[in-house]
Structures are given as structure tokens and as C-alpha cells.
Design a protein around this ligand. Sequence first.
Ligand code: IPM
Ligand code: MN
Length: 355
Amino acid sequence: MSKSFKIAVIHGDGTGPEVMREGLKVLDVAAKKYGFSYAREDYDLGGERYLRTGEVLPDSVLEELRAQDAIYLSAIGHPDVKPGILEKGILLRLRFELDQYINLRPVKLYPGVKSPLANKGAEHIDFVVVRENTEGLYAGAGGNLKKGTPDEVAIQESINTRKGVDRCLRYAFNIAKERQRKQLTLVGKTNVLTYAFDLWERAFNEMGPKEFPAVKRNYHHVDACCMYMVMAPEMYDVIVTDNMFGDIITDVGAIIQGGLGISASGNLNPDVGGVSMFEPVGGSAPQFTGQNVINPLACINAGAMMLRHLGVADAANAIEGAVAKVCGELPGLNIGETGKGTDEIGDRVAALVAG
Ligand code: IPM
Ligand code: MN
């Protein structure tokens, strides 16, 4: 029986539509080859729409998105829009409203790709970060007092619920269980954030032996983790951490795997009926709009993650394999380094997937 999906596509701002064009090119080829189909619904959300109409994410659009099987999102961000409006109004609102409580960020150096880390190759950099995606400092708890006066107070609190922590840990343990090394590292700051990470650490050490006895557990402070990711990334197999630390360490991860030209991320609601969203980690790079110089591999890889999540693993594997091959053929992955146009890279991946 051939599978059919409803996919919402958000083309984004700046260079977002250019990389999404390549992502969809590859998706179309994969659909033909691997026998699935999809109904595509395009959504015009982002800085352009906000500047034109004042709308960020209309409730009616949110309701429509709830009915999709997945959301394929390109980069959002506009130089004329104040920081925070689009990030909170679109990206974070979708993560919260759709309860996408996992942010999955694979960090994998493909063979032939140059990492900025000296003497580190594909055999050293292959781990996955599971970032909690709906709580922590991102929950928006806090406020201002006496704003704009010399007595101003600003409070920003980190919310960590047992349920939120447990479901994130369980997801990470399950991933670790399926991997060859079966090793899960909790990253936190138990020496200073003694309330939040006490909860994380207790939950981690209770769940591990009870539900996942085959998984080796390990703990690193987040500052040490940044050091190890650069010094000895082979230490890591699966990392699980809170929202803020996950945000920070995955930027380090993106760079050691070759840059933002390649890193993709999945905002997952793994529950039955949950709607997940897949995106490149990089931004909209508006100064390069229309120049055909942005590497679309990150967006294409996000598409592969989406297909894996939707259950078409053969297509996902084929796209990932093609991306890995193309990575090895390019002199570099970041802006100005690829030596190829956005469209040429997309064509090459599409041709490899078509076989
Ligand atoms: C990310 C981004 C977002 C985050 C921003 C754009 C709100 O940096 O997806 O990592 O902080 O989560
Ligand atoms: Mn980030």
C-alpha cells in the first residue's frame, strides 16, 4: 500500500525559499522512487508577512497545522523585524502549541568533510543531542518590575516538570538503546542549578536502571561538555539536556560537523497523532537572498529526518546517503565554500536519489 502524507511547507524568509526549493526537489524525486505521495500545503509565514499584514501566526493557521502529518520549515528571520517577534511568535509558539517536546539534533561528520577540529574525522564525530524543547528557560516564566527605571528588576525562571523531564529522558534512553554504543550522557549544571538539575539527575538515575538497564549512563556539566565536544567529541553517543543548554551545545555540534550548511533538526511530538516539524538549524541569511550561494544540504537533510519520522526509512536513508556523498565532493559546506550553486547541489542530490 502506498503511503500518503499531508505536509505543511513554510518557505520562510531571506534565503529560506531557495533552500526549501531544493528540499522539495529532492522530496519529489524520493516520492517517485520510493512510492509515497504527499499533499503539500504552502504557508506564508515569516518576516515578509508580518511586515505586510502585522500577522505572525494567525490562530486559523495554527489550527490548520494541527491537522498535518508534518511541517517542513525553512529559515525564518528578517532584518527589519525586531529580534524575538518571529522567533517567539512562530517557531517557539509552534513548538509549544504542538507540544513538540523533543528537539532532535544529530551531529555527524560525513566522510570527506573537513571539521574545524584538527585530527578529527568521521570516526570521531557521530552523536545525537536530545534537547528538551518546551520547558526550561524557554517557558517564558518571569517578568519585569519598574522597567526602564534604575530600580528595574528582570526575572527569567527555568521551569522543569517531572513529566517534562521524564518524557524527554525516556525518548533519549530509547534512542541510546538502539545505538551501537548504548551510552547516554546527561548534560546539566548540578553544581550550581541545584534545583533544576537535581530533578534531572534523580529522574535520570531512577529511570535508567529500571527501564533501560542496557544503557550506560554518564553525567557532564555543560561547561565541561563544551570543552569535550571540541577536544574529544568521540566521548559522546547520545546527549540529553534541557532547552537552553541544548540550544547552546548544538551550535557547537553544528560547527564541528562541518557547519550550518549541513545541520538539521527535528522538533518532535512523538505521541500518537503528534505533529512534528523539521528545519535546518541555520538562519535565513538575508544578505545572500537570490544569490544562489546557500548550501541547501541542511534543509534537504531536514527533509530526510521528516521522512524517517513519517516511516519511510528507505527514502530517508537514500537521501542521507546522497547528502553524505555530495558533502564529500564539495570543498566546504558553508557560504562561499561550496563552489557550487544552491540549485546545482540540489540537482546533484536529486540525481543520486533517483539512482
Ligand atoms: C534554535 C534557534 C531558536 C532557539 C531561536 C531562533 C528561537 O536558535 O532552533 O536553536 O533558541 O531554539
Ligand atoms: Mn539555537
